[in-house]
Design a protein around this ligand. Structure first.
Ligand SMILES: [Zn+2]
Length: 327
């Protein structure tokens, strides 16, 4: 872009310079539209490629250094797992409305950290809410943060009952759609991340796993409890922190795709290089919200398609989002 800017500032343009500029413009347009329409292993167009059949969409929302995923079921029900930081809450609910989502049937707060529940109060205020799930945390670890209180206040203002989410619960079980919780198994952990509700979504032959910020201890617990942990798309645990995604867990889950939800140049150095190496060794194709913005996967239960570079909802991003940060 620097070169283009220089050319436009020149007073006289030579013919070769004009031709070079045109080639540059066409090339950048071609590559950016390629990126917007990335498709894997289907050979069919992105977007509503299966609009005439039942489909599930999973949005990995780019909320910066936080987590938020929207699941849209074939019967029109919506599930929101986490709601990012409070600074991006307005953008999040506007985007949900833009997608035509006015009701969240199942709202899941994986664990009470600000990068997961920050936007919850706004979501509860701005949308119609069905059931709300959160883990039960040991008394001496219950957060006293303003963020947590705001979420509880918003829920009580709407007279919403909060349901404890734990391993073994099946939230949706109809026809070929199943949504279940694989963690937490215990009622006491030494670290709030490990209370994370882990969600598994299955539609036909395809499955998605959302591990919140669960760390290696929980990964080990799940391996012991569930003989089949496989999924096609894994929301990589704890923003790609080295605390999670052990080699043995990745081997058990064996996902084809891994999505890392993290902020551009975040203070934690997420994703950690050790995790990127383990993902590469496990043959997982990795996509990141800090590089690819909001990412959506769609499936008809047999095939998967995906689209990237949908708007960023990070609190410090421009409305259009992430063209500047795509590498
Ligand atoms: Zn987190």
């Amino acid at each position: 872009m620097k070169g283009l800017f220089y050319i436009t500032r020149r007073k006289k343009l030579s013919a070769p310079a004009v031709i070079a500029a045109l080639i540059l413009i066409l090339a950048s347009w071609f590559f950016s539209s390629e990126q917007n329409m990335q498709i894997w292993n289907t050979g069919i167009p992105s977007g509503d490629f299966i609009s005439d059949s039942r489909q599930v969409s999973v949005y990995y929302l780019d909320v910066g250094q936080g987590d938020s995923e929207l699941i849209r079921l074939p019967n029109g029900e919506n599930i929101l797992i986490d709601a990012g930081l409070s600074g991006g809450a307005q953008k999040l609910t506007s985007y949900l409305h833009q997608l035509g989502v006015s009701r969240i049937d199942y709202l899941i707060a994986t664990h009470p950290h600000a990068d997961h529940i920050g936007g919850m109060a706004q979501v509860i205020q701005d949308l119609e809410i069905g059931k709300v799930y959160l883990p039960r945390v040991a008394d001496d670890q219950v957060p006293t943060t303003r963020t947590y209180e705001k979420m509880l206040d918003a829920a009580s203002e709407k007279e919403l009952r909060l349901t404890q989410g734990k391993a073994g619960m099946t939230i949706v079980d109809e026809e070929d759609v199943r949504l279940e919780f694989l963690a937490p198994q215990k009622e006491e952990y030494d670290n709030l991340n490990n209370y994370s509700i882990v969600v598994k979504l299955t539609f036909g032959e395809k499955s998605f796993l959302f591990t919140g910020d669960a760390e290696k201890e929980i990964e080990r617990e799940m391996i012991e409890k569930y003989p089949d942990l496989h999924c096609d798309v894994l929301k990589v645990g704890h923003h790609g922190s080295n605390s999670s995604s052990t080699a043995v867990f990745l081997k058990e889950v064996a996902p084809e795709y891994g999505i890392i939800s993290c902020g551009v140049d975040n203070d934690y150095g997420h994703p950690h290089s050790e995790v990127m190496n383990r993902l590469e060794k496990a043959g997982v194709k990795v996509y990141r919200t800090d590089l690819q913005g909001t990412i959506v996967f769609r499936t008809d239960g047999k095939r998967l398609s995906a689209q990237m570079n949908l708007p960023s909802l990070a609190s410090d991003s421009s409305p259009k989002g992430n063209s500047a940060k795509a590498s």
